[in-house]
Design a protein around this ligand. Structure first.
Ligand SMILES: [Zn+2]
Ligand SMILES: [Zn+2]
Length: 411
């Protein structure tokens, strides 16, 4: 029993429920299909095990699968690390610099945010990833990013095997006539495979090739995004806070200089914060090393200022292009297509002239509330979700703030 519990922590066993969700089901199916097909194609048709190259190829395929699954399950089950429920800063005075989470009944430690899906405050939260059905944050950032690197590498290897299998199996069999394509299944082979490369085998290989190529492109893009986050030590949420900070300072002309506190200066230093030999990132997820000109609460104080400043809480945008609400719109450019946010949150259709109050965003997408007509407001409607950044244009701060300024004048 002791032996078993060293491998499985039983308190984490309830985490197995994370597997019951479309994200992990699809992700694990893709991994299973690509690795099984690559191994079958290799040993039966393309590179039999009785050759040295074939054996090395086989070991490499097994290696990819093990490494990918290891990092995937760790990203899912280790999780991002949650702030303890009811958490208070050690020094009670510091509470004034922190936001309070009513759900977790505790203060939000620096860099943590409340995730509605996980229903907890998450350490150094980057985003909630449906593919691992968990948040990507402090403790699993390295596992998550390693997975994003290994999956495209493994899939590229598999894709080469699929292409070579189909090429070598069909090359000597296909002959092109004037208006016909003949496939001669009895053509002489260099080596006799265990079984003939049948039509179902061909179809399965072609299907697996599609999955492998799609995964390589989509997951490869995500890897570069996460590497940027790690090398700058700035999560996607923090990038947005920084953007709003600059907006706020520029508007009020406060003369403050906003320095992002967690960037340690060099990419290598930032990298070593997340990737360590032990697999556990540096730090306890609550206190962070900061820029010499900053302190522990530089960012949380900025967040409080932004919260107090209702006008900056959202930035006003105006739609300059129509958008139909598609998850991956084809007509809005390749980057918008591929970098669609990995969340289950809705997309909102826009028509030219609509006004949107954006609360966060990425380089290619934004999230916010559509400003509705009074009738719709009275009916309690609310249209909130993602839309492509290129469909909107930032309104000048003065026009965005005009409503609240006029209110002030009345006061
Ligand atoms: Zn919370
Ligand atoms: Zn989450």
């Amino acid at each position: 029993m002791n032996f078993l519990s060293t491998f499985v922590t039983f308190e984490n066993l309830h985490e197995v429920r994370r597997l019951c969700h479309w994200g992990p089901v699809i992700a694990l199916s893709v991994i299973a299909i690509c690795s099984t097909m690559a191994i079958l194609d290799s040993i039966i048709w393309y590179w039999p095990l009785d050759t040295t190259g074939g054996s090395i190829n086989f070991i490499m395929l097994i290696n990819w699968t093990v490494l990918i699954l290891y990092n995937y399950f760790n990203a899912m089950f280790v999780g991002p690390g949650y702030i303890p429920l009811g958490w208070k800063p050690e020094n009670h005075q510091d509470a004034q610099y922190l936001q309070y989470c009513r759900v977790c009944q505790g203060y939000k430690a620096p860099r943590s945010h409340h995730c509605r899906k996980c229903n907890r405050c998450v350490m150094k939260m980057d985003h909630h990833c449906p593919w691992i059905n968990n948040c990507c944050g402090h403790l699993n950032h390295a596992y998550f990013t390693s997975f994003l690197l290994l999956a495209p590498l493994g899939c590229s290897h598999a894709a080469i095997i699929f292409i070579m299998t189909m090429y070598t199996q069909l090359y000597e069999r296909i002959s092109f006539g004037w208006s016909t394509v003949k496939i001669d299944m009895s053509a002489v082979r260099q080596f006799q495979p265990l079984m003939p490369f049948s039509v179902p085998a061909f179809a399965a290989t072609l299907f697996a090739l599609g999955l492998a190529l799609g995964t390589t492109i989509a997951v490869g893009m995500l890897f570069f995004i996460q590497m940027k986050v790690i090398l700058r030590n700035k999560t996607s949420i923090e990038s947005w806070i920084e953007e709003k900070a600059k907006d706020r300072i520029q508007h009020y002309q406060t003369g403050e200089e906003f320095i992002f506190p967690y960037d340690l200066g060099t990419r290598w230093l930032n990298f070593k914060q997340v990737f360590t030999w032990s697999g556990t990132p540096k730090g306890d997820g609550i206190e962070w090393p900061v820029h010499p000109k900053c302190h522990q609460h530089t960012l949380t104080i900025e967040q409080l200022k932004q919260k107090a400043d209702k006008r900056v809480r959202s930035v006003q945008y105006r739609a300059v292009e129509d958008y139909n609400g598609a998850c991956c719109p084809l007509s809005k450019g390749l980057q918008t297509f591929f970098r669609t946010p990995c969340t289950e949150e809705p997309r909102i259709p826009l028509s030219k002239g609509d006004t949107i109050l954006a609360t966060r965003g990425t380089k290619w997408w934004m999230y916010g509330d559509k400003v509705l007509s009074e009738e719709q407001m009275r009916a309690g409607e609310r249209v909130r979700g993602w839309f492509p950044r290129r469909c909107v244009e930032k309104c000048h701060y003065d026009t965005a703030a005009s409503d609240s300024t006029s209110e002030k004048k009345k006061d």
